[in-house]
Design a binder for this molecule. Structure first.
Ligand SMILES: [Zn+2]
Length: 445
């Protein structure tokens, strides 16, 4: 369920398809309609809000199927079934509802496949049926984590463009989910989106000519190398360099090919270039994916500490600021002259020097100038000492302006006193219940 999905503005496969004039039809989760509001020539979005519904959400997709499959006025049909995901959320992956749902999905696949086979007979371009899950589910039926059952999903590509393998069932290969974008873009004859980090799935284009295969790999490699150049320092190592070498070899191969050389030697050189390309693409894709999944932990922790310190300071200062005098007594000078302040400065500065020099980190905090960082270190240390002083003053001294009220020596009415004496008051109330004179009990506490 996505509550807020504004239109996707960056370069993406659906936008590329729309720009190339592909006619797209969509039925399913309405998040798609919000992400791509003007991209589909026809759509029917189903809300994913009612997780307990695993029937209507799918029937709303299936009811369009017969009519749409008979028509010829579309190029891409996207169906996003929600039922299986909803069953997972309600009763987990071992629910008795799973099997009937999978059988229902089997029937739908069969229906789509038969319709596509009959279309194929009309002599149109080969179709491609893509069956995939966007995520798996954990033992409790949830998803979003990084456990194996949550991130492992099936991907099936069916097309007459692939070589028939007979009845032989091969062990399925493992591909990255991000590789689907590049593969679909090349398969549909579309430009690969500029921020794509995946590489074409090896084997999908193996039935095309060697020249075409090399062209596809070159297009993908060019896009990945541009992205690598834009987003990483030290990009010219690893896959980038490998790609440059493969590109050069590809150029030489093309020269011989265009000269009409058809020897087996040329074919072998071509296969070698293909291998070089595949290795370079895999290395570049892996470097980009790693960079995407890398969090700047050091800067995140530093930022969280600052936010925590400022919030705590505001909370501690609030009672005094709201009291009649509306003035806050902040023990800054005593904090700056204390030994803990200098020790903390030294400790934090050492941590910073250690973190930013020992690893090849590209974190934001390390990219700041040393002067600015030491100012931040001094500020954070001073804040820490001030906060400790304020807490101690509040807790130990209690109310600076006590007043008497009847037989009870009540603390003053300021918020600070209520906070600092809250624990003592709860004991006082308990004890005074048994004692005739509350003041005696309170004073004895
Ligand atoms: Zn879900």
């Amino acid at each position: 369920m996505n509550l807020n999905s504004p239109a996707l503005l960056e370069d993406n496969l659906i936008w590329q398809a729309k720009t190339a004039g592909k006619r797209m039809v969509f039925y399913g989760d309405d998040t798609w309609v919000r992400l791509f509001p003007k991209h589909f020539m026809e759509y029917d979005g189903t809300t994913s809000f009612f997780v307990s519904d695993y029937t209507e959400v799918d029937n709303n997709v299936t009811r369009h199927l017969d009519g749409t499959l008979k028509r010829d006025d579309w190029d891409i049909l996207i169906l996003h079934y929600l039922g299986l995901d909803h069953i997972g959320h309600i009763s987990g992956p071992h629910s008795s509802l799973i099997q009937p749902k999978l059988l229902e999905m089997d029937d739908i696949l069969e229906k789509i496949h038969s319709a596509l086979i009959s279309k194929e007979a009309d002599g149109s371009l080969p179709y491609l049926l893509v069956l995939c899950g966007d995520h798996g589910m954990s033992e409790t039926g949830s998803h979003g984590g990084s456990s194996e059952p949550e991130v492992n999903t099936p991907l099936v590509l069916i097309s007459p463009a692939f070589k028939r393998k007979g009845t032989m069932i091969r062990t399925p290969g493992v591909v990255e989910q991000v590789d689907l974008t590049a593969t679909l873009a090349l398969g549909l004859g579309l430009p690969i989106s500029q921020n794509n980090v995946g590489h074409v799935i090896p084997g999908v284009f193996e039935e095309t000519t060697l020249r075409d295969q090399l062209r596809f790999l070159h297009l993908n490699g060019h896009q990945l190398s541009c992205l690598l150049k834009d987003s990483m320092s030290g990009y010219d190592k690893g896959g980038f360099e490998q790609f440059r070498v493969a590109e050069k070899a590809h150029g030489n191969w093309m020269k011989l090919y265009l000269e009409g050389n058809n020897s087996e030697v040329l074919s072998n050189i071509g296969k070698k270039v293909l291998k070089q390309y595949l290795e370079a693409l895999a290395a570049m894709s892996s470097a980009l994916s790693k960079q995407l999944g890398k969090y700047d932990m050091y800067s995140m922790i530093a930022g969280m500490v600052f936010v925590f310190q400022v919030s705590t300071f505001l909370l501690l200062a609030m009672p005094e600021a709201l009291s009649g005098e509306a003035a806050v007594d902040v023990p800054v000078l005593s904090s700056l002259l204390s030994l803990p302040f200098y020790l903390l400065c030294l400790l934090l500065a050492s941590v910073h020097v250690l973190v930013c020099t020992s690893t090849e980190s590209s974190c934001y905090f390390c990219s700041l100038s040393w002067g600015l960082v030491f100012a931040a270190v001094a500020f954070s240390s001073a804040m820490f000492c001030t906060l400790v002083s304020m807490t101690v003053l509040m807790g130990v001294q209690g109310c600076p302006r006590p007043r008497t009220c009847g037989c009870l020596q009540l603390p003053c009415s300021c918020w600070q006193c209520h906070v600092s004496l809250a624990t003592r008051w709860s004991t006082y109330v308990q004890v005074s219940f048994f004692s005739p004179c509350p003041s005696l009990t309170f004073l004895s506490l």
